[in-house]
Design a protein around this ligand. Structure first.
Ligand code: C5P
Length: 246
């Protein structure tokens, strides 16, 4: 039994509100109702500012409805800016926030910024869109660049040593991260698809059952729910798969 994950399978599903407007995001949350308790707001919605407001305003709105919110802002800046920005996110009442977990300074600043709030800081280790060639292009030394999985593990260890609460990782990396960090770091896994469904642009996909069995505490699901003609039923299917694997 995974001690970091919530007890109820439903609370381990995070639905990505990857939609262009706050109005559409609100409609989706309403259509899904009680089936989902946790939503992810990413850069698209954070930066959209139409007549219905912006993604940051939606954080407080969802929190007021009893939902948890993961703000996927992927911060990376000088320590002072990161610390002050994370403090603002903590005031919004978000539950999770992402930063890029490349260096100790950024991660320490994020921890200082969240202060005594309940905000959990998640480190993005290596973006899943990056290949070995992309890492070499960034100047990452050959030993690590030739194996993105090794760089993920290196950064997950660094994040854990620095006191970061969790990491974003593919299901395929979850088991190694769990053993490298003694099982004491949250693992949040996107790239989830039901068996036989469309992968879209995701390269390294996993079924919800496999991701949970590999050690994911939470799974993040976007298009299979937010683009479904029946998002409530789609969410219920994912919750059933989590329950079966937990
Ligand atoms: O639609 P789909 O299920 O592929 O959406 C996955 C969500 O998880 C998107 O919001 C995407 O930005 C996010 N994500 C990801 N891979 C990462 C980090 C975040 O797919 N490494």
């Amino acid at each position: 039994m995974n001690k970091l994950a919530p007890a109820h399978p439903r609370d381990r599903l995070i639905v990505a509100l990857d939609l262009p407007t706050v109005g559409e995001a609100r409609d989706l949350v309403q259509a899904i109702g009680d089936e989902v308790s946790f939503y992810k707001i990413g850069l698209e919605l954070i930066l959209s500012n139409g007549p219905e407001g912006n993604g940051l305003g939606l954080v407080g709105e969802l929190v007021d409805q009893g939902k948890r919110v993961f703000l996927d802002a992927k911060l990376l800046d000088i320590g002072n800016t990161v610390e002050r920005s994370v403090a603002r996110v903590a005031e919004l009442g978000a539950a999770f926030l992402t930063i890029h977990g490349h260096d100790r300074k950024t991660m320490k600043a994020a921890i200082a910024g969240r202060g005594s709030s309940d905000l959990k800081i998640l480190a993005v280790t290596v973006l899943t869109s990056l290949t070995a060639e992309d890492l070499a292009e960034q100047g990452i030394p050959e030993g690590l660049a030739s194996s993105p999985a090794d760089l993920v593990l290196h950064r997950a260890r660094l994040a854990h040593e620095t006191g970061i609460d969790g990491v974003i990782a593919s299901g395929q990396e979850a088991a190694n991260i769990r053993s490298a960090t003694g099982g004491k770091i949250l693992i949040v896994t996107p790239g989830i698809r039901l068996p036989g469904s469309d992968a879209g642009d995701q390269q390294r996909i996993m079924t919800p059952d496999h991701a949970i069995a590999a050690g994911a505490d939470y799974i993040v699901v976007g298009r299979p729910i937010n683009a479904s003609s029946d998002p409530k039923a789609a969410a219920a299917t994912f919750v059933r798969h989590i329950a079966d694997a937990a």
